[in-house]
Write a protein that binds this ligand. Structure first.
Ligand code: AMP
Ligand code: MG
Length: 418
């Protein structure tokens, strides 16, 4: 007898997954190894940035008062008494009518309070002349203008990107406390599957989900253990799932979660005593997406259909994995865009359409990436985002404003109202 499954809403499904996330704890790593990790401590300014008043330009450091009244007819002359390169300091303060030639980033000499850009001067034998007056503080990068000592600049729970690395380096964080990163297990099921190196045979297809999921993990900076492909054999699959659960922090399987005769994942969950959080979601593609939990490990049972598999990963596995690492904004960023095509058929399930976004004169346009069945593989390759079309009694027309989930960025948002 075919079991009747009751679909739950996507937001409810995501919520159930997130409630079952177990954090992995923290570790301390050398700065250079922290790219892509999640900060487990806030970045607090250990000193002012910049740490001293400095020159933002190549020019001359002067006393502003000496430039008072300067004009084209009454150029003020300055004597240059030395040069300060970045990293060097002046050997004495400046006096009336004096200046130092100064380079970008160099400390402003004592008693100087303005910097004249090279382009604003006419040089002569003893120095230069000016035709404009300067105010005190003009062209000076003030100590602490970027960050003040003691200020919390970045909160714990933030993913470290190159800019974060720069800030950590600025304050001398040679060692950084970050969240531990999970190792994901990846297993593709299906007797029809061939390896990428195999010739096609009648009734068989190459395994595209395995390599795709591994790349989705790699894109997030997550390591994985690959358990390859398994034929639809209940005992053999149960064994490999058990092994994978011992060796990894979460398991992603593809295929075998539907209600066909050889869809064994539901039986495997039962045999292992895993609690099924849901096995039917009101979404297309991927309504059969199943997530179960055993102990502190999540088992993502993604559909074998490539578009469904891809979408299921991004919707459920992505935020769960980031959350395991303590990331406070684990969800794909969402923007609004103009729908590039008609979707006139009303759908009782929320539709996730592989699409690509581009900038036009009217704004951001999100255009469906072609053949859009859940079995489609070509549109995943063409797409760079996912259009969200909420369920309802009406369809959607080209030109309407719709929500779009962005792919391929470590940036995220704290919550979703899907
Ligand atoms: P299943 O979820 O096992 O019912 O599979 C649904 C569809 O996806 C079937 O047409 C499968 O042949 C196909 N499929 C399953 N696994 C993969 C895979 N790893 N790569 C590509 N297609 C697959
Ligand atoms: Mg199958």
């Amino acid at each position: 007898m075919v079991e009747i499954r009751k679909p739950i809403q996507v937001a409810e499904a995501v919520g159930r997954v997130m409630k079952n996330v177990h954090k992995l704890g923290t570790e301390v790593l050398p700065l250079e190894d922290t790219y892509g990790r999640v900060l487990a401590e806030p970045i607090i300014a250990k000193h002012d940035v910049p740490p001293f008043d400095r020159s933002p330009y190549d020019g001359f450091a002067i006393r502003a008062e000496d430039s008072m009244g300067a004009s084209g007819d009454d150029r003020k002359a300055f004597r240059v008494i030395g040069e300060i390169g970045a990293g060097h300091v002046a050997d004495r303060p400046i006096g009336p009518g004096e200046s130092f030639r100064i380079m970008t980033g160099a400390l402003i000499p004592e008693h100087a309070d303005a910097v004249v850009m090279l382009e604003q001067t006419v040089e002569n034998d003893s120095g230069f002349t000016l035709r404009k007056s300067f105010e005190a503080g003009e062209n000076i990068s003030r100590q602490g203008e970027d960050a003040k000592q003691g200020e919390t600049l970045i909160e714990a729970g933030t993913i470290i990107h190159p800019g974060t690395i720069a800030l950590l380096a600025t304050f001398g964080y040679a060692q950084v406390r970050v969240a531990k990163r999970p190792i994901a297990g990846v297993l593709s099921t299906g007797t029809e599957l061939l390896n990428v190196t195999d010739e096609l045979e009648s009734g068989k297809i190459r395994n595209s989900n395995g390599p795709m999921i591994r790349a989705q993990l790699t894109r997030m900076g997550i390591e994985y253990a690959s358990y390859g492909m398994m034929e639809d054999n209940l005992d053999a699959c149960t064994e490999i799932v058990e092994k994978a659960l011992q060796e990894t922090d979460l398991l992603i399987t593809t295929g075998g979660v539907s209600v066909g005769d050889y869809d064994y994942l539901p039986m495997i969950y039962e045999r292992l005593g895993a609690e099924v959080l849901f096995n039917k979601v009101a979404m297309r593609p991927g309504s059969v997406t199943t997530v179960a939990v055993l102990g502190d490990k999540l088992l993502f049972g993604l559909s074998g259909n490539p578009s469904a598999c891809f979408t299921g990963f991004e919707l459920f596995a992505r935020p769960a994995i980031y959350s395991m690492m303590g990331c406070t904004a684990p969800y794909m960023p969402r923007i609004q865009a103009i729908l590039g095509d008609d979707f006139k058929k009303a759908n009782p399930f929320t539709r996730f359409v592989r699409a690509s976004w581009s900038m036009t004169n009217e704004g951001i346009l999100a255009t469906p990436a072609g053949f859009n069945k859940s079995s489609a593989v070509s549109s995943i390759a063409r797409g760079n985002c996912i259009i969200v079309l909420p369920s309802g009694t009406r369809g959607y027309e080209k030109g309407m404003i719709v929500d779009v989930l962005l792919l391929g960025t470590e940036q995220g948002v704290e919550r979703w109202e899907l």
